[in-house]
Design a binder for this molecule. Structure first.
Ligand code: SAM
Length: 235
């Protein structure tokens, strides 16, 4: 069984801002203020979201990659006993390059209610403003940190007929773009979206070689989404 409303308990999968606190939806705030417990990778960041706005009365438990399986068992029991639990990521949508999959799967396996509370996600936020084809896309998250593995991935997906969406950190963005230009060519159309919804938001779309120059000439601090158009796409 994969769906049920038999229990009153529920796991709410709550999206939070990726930078701009104004993107925290009223519904998300309402759920988090009313739930019995909040599971978050970074409890302190969750508490900061509420500073000066709402009072958070529910305890916040730390859920991360290393304790998720164990904690999922405890949370599932609580939901089965009728509790309302909110799952939040450090930023954006839980499970999207963030923990939560094991907990959601455990709830589904037991037929417990899981309700999404939608909101920001860096991947779709970047896609919405990139100017690259949006009729289909593949989200690949973070590529392997080693250059050889990253280059293999670029080769593997070079003929993929839809837009690719990738995440990258400030530490690797330059090497990432160097590998991308080497393997896919300087003319491949890409978009690099940095610090979305924040003060220093910058979005560069164009041929990979030119975009790399613009990114490197600016600040490479912050968080990045890289989108790669299909091979024959021209702006
Ligand atoms: N769960 C998040 C989501 O829904 O997008 C993603 C979490 S993942 C651990 C963090 C990565 O997401 C960053 O390294 C960056 O690649 C991307 N990201 C998050 N916030 C961003 C922002 N404001 N601007 C650009 N990229 C961002």
């Amino acid at each position: 069984m994969t769906d049920s409303t038999a229990s009153e308990g529920c796991l709410y999968v709550v999206a939070t801002p990726i930078g701009n606190r104004g993107d925290f939806t009223p519904r998300a705030a309402e759920i988090m203020a009313a739930c019995d417990c909040i599971a978050a990778e970074e409890p302190r960041k969750v508490l900061r979201l509420f500073t000066g706005t709402l009072k958070l009365s529910a305890p916040v438990v730390a859920l991360h990659e290393h304790n998720e399986s164990e904690l999922a068992e405890q949370l599932v029991k609580r939901i089965a006993n009728g509790e309302q639990i909110a799952l939040v990521a450090e930023a954006g949508t839980p499970l999207i390059s963030d923990p939560g999959f094991r907990l959601v799967r455990a709830c589904r396996q037991r037929g417990l209610r899981v309700t999404p509370i939608p909101g920001p996600c860096a991947a779709t936020t970047a896609l919405s403003a990139a100017g690259l084809p949006s009729d289909g896309f593949l989200f690949l998250g973070f590529l392997p940190p080693k250059s050889a593995a990253r280059r293999r991935t670029f080769k593997e997906y070079s003929y993929f007929p839809y837009t690719l969406i990738l995440y990258e950190s400030t530490h690797r963005i330059e090497k990432f773009l160097n590998d991308l230009v080497d393997i896919l060519g300087a003319d491949r159309v890409i978009c690099v979206a940095r610090e979305l919804t924040k003060l220093h938001e910058t979005i560069h779309t164009g041929p990979a070689g030119a975009v790399r120059e613009r990114v490197v000439a600016g600040s490479t601090k912050g968080e990045f989404v890289v989108l790669i158009a299909k091979q024959d796409f021209m702006l």
